[in-house]
Design a protein around this ligand. Sequence first.
Ligand code: ZN
Length: 70
Amino acid sequence: MPTSSCPLCARRRTPADVAGLVWSSQHETDGAVTWICPTCTRAQLWRIEALLSVASPTAPTAPTPLRPAA
Ligand SMILES: [Zn+2]
């Protein structure tokens, strides 16, 4: 598995996490899959909903300020 930790906070993705289905997957243009931990998923949810790239293992995006709650 090429990506076994969160690219945003470097948290390791454990077998329990795999079984729990709480991590979100992001499919890269090269076919790789990046896994985002639940904490970062919630933090970046607006980006995911906007179909924006959250992070890339090869070219991490800059830290994204959270939008104020609507
Ligand atoms: Zn994370």
